[in-house]
Design a protein around this ligand. Structure first.
Ligand code: PLP
Length: 380
């Protein structure tokens, strides 16, 4: 063990903060000194900076990524019982909001290589009640958006991208265009939870769209359904991005591309080290997507995942299972009978995935230590 090596964490937000501390401290102090806690000038500035970064017409900042998804689905004017097609292999927030709004989540399969929704299974799940598709750019890699948009066009469906894990990811269209994920579908949703690729220092989220009408509807919904002060046209909610969080995000947005490079560099290191291990399938990089590695997730074959994880924990190396129970097997959805859905790839992945530490501050000696311990575990 290296005597001076920093403790390895899944995410190291302290070292990251130390590098931007003067700018962050000044920005936060500025908000406090001017008591601009709600809808201060940093919120509007961040909104327009994010619009330029994503190449999208409208960004609507909100309180968190779950609210972003909820507001997006509320704005589509769906009726109770309408069906929304979505992967089961995702974080619960993606699908929870559907049930909350009385919609029916229809769980479909993911691609074993990319962990993202499998377009062929979308087509098979479409019924007369289907109104929307919610693909998730899981772990930081884009779902197959060209195919998803083509299916949506053919059947008149809305597409709400769950971009919580992939902000900054470039999607390469078949026709040569490049778009940022989140800016391709009808609406895109993201989260600024601290550990996300663009994270603030608390909760935060945003919705984006190129549709003027949807944008003003979502702005209204996020603000108590208010059209003008004290006139409330639709049932909405209260979902705002705090000014302090916007001030932090403005600084971190300028770093985002460097943060992504740092994550990709760590992923390259792992890829190279594990390339000769038949028991370890490293993340497959899809040609149409520039992976931003929110997570670095292995598929293990012929290795006991719990034993490996316990072995690493003993060496002070954290690892995580994202996600141990897929949505269709959650009790929350038992009313939909979704546990009877047959999703063998999802079940297979649920039992075999293991995510290793990946973040913007990983040092080579830490990577070397993690890899060599995994090697020791495998070779004995
Ligand atoms: C983090 C996350 C969310 C929810 O974001 P919050 O800001 O925590 O509400 C939604 N979907 C996915 C895929 C996520 O990873």
């Amino acid at each position: 063990m290296h005597p001076v090596m920093k403790k390895i964490q899944m995410v190291d937000l302290i070292t990251q903060y130390e590098k931007i501390k003067p700018a962050v401290d000044t920005a936060i102090q500025n908000v406090i000194s001017n008591a601009q806690f709600i809808n201060g000038p940093d919120v509007a500035a961040f909104q327009s900076e994010l619009e330029s970064y994503l190449g999208v017409k409208h960004v609507i900042p909100c309180a968190n990524g779950t609210d972003a998804l909820q507001i997006a689905l509320m704005a589509l004017g769906l009726k109770p019982g309408d069906e929304v097609i979505t992967p089961s292999f995702t974080y619960i927030a993606t699908t929870e909001v559907m049930a909350l709004l009385g919609l029916k989540p229809v769980f479909v399969e993911v691609d074993k290589e990319t962990f993202c929704i499998n377009p062929e299974t979308i087509k098979a799940a479409i019924t007369s009640k289907t109104k929307a598709i919610v693909p998730v750019h899981l772990y930081g890699q884009a779902a197959d958006m060209d195919q998803i948009m083509a299916i949506a066009d053919e059947f008149g469906l809305a597409v709400v991208e769950d971009n919580a894990q992939a902000i900054g990811c470039d999607y390469h269209h078949q026709d040569g265009r490049i778009s940022k994920t989140g800016a391709i579908g009808t609406i895109g949703c993201t989260s600024f939870f601290p550990s996300k690729n663009l994270g603030c220092y608390g909760d935060g989220g945003a919705i984006c769209t190129n549709d003027d009408e949807l944008a003003s509807k979502m702005r209204m919904i996020a603000n108590h359904g208010q059209s003008k002060r004290y006139y409330h046209d639709v049932v909405g909610c209260n979902s705002r991005l705090d000014t302090i969080q916007a001030a932090v995000l403005r600084i971190k947005l300028r770093e985002l591309d460097d943060y992504i490079s740092a994550r990709r560099k760590a992923a390259d290191y792992y890829d190279q080290y594990f390339s000769s291990f038949s028991q370890i399938q490293t993340p497959v990089r899809n040609a149409n997507s520039k992976h931003v590695f929110h997570q670095y997730t292995l598929q293990l074959e012929g290795i006991d995942r719990n034993e490996l994880s316990a072995y690493l924990a003993e060496k002070d190396i954290p690892s995580m299972i994202y996600y141990p129970v897929p949505a269709h097997r959650q009790k929350m959805f038992s009313a939909f009978g979704s546990e009877n859905t047959n999703l063998p790839v999802t079940d297979w992945l649920t039992e075999r995935v293991l995510s290793l530490p990946i973040h913007t501050e990983l040092q080579d000696e830490q990577l070397e230590f993690i890899c060599s311990e995994i090697k020791k575990f495998i070779i004995g």
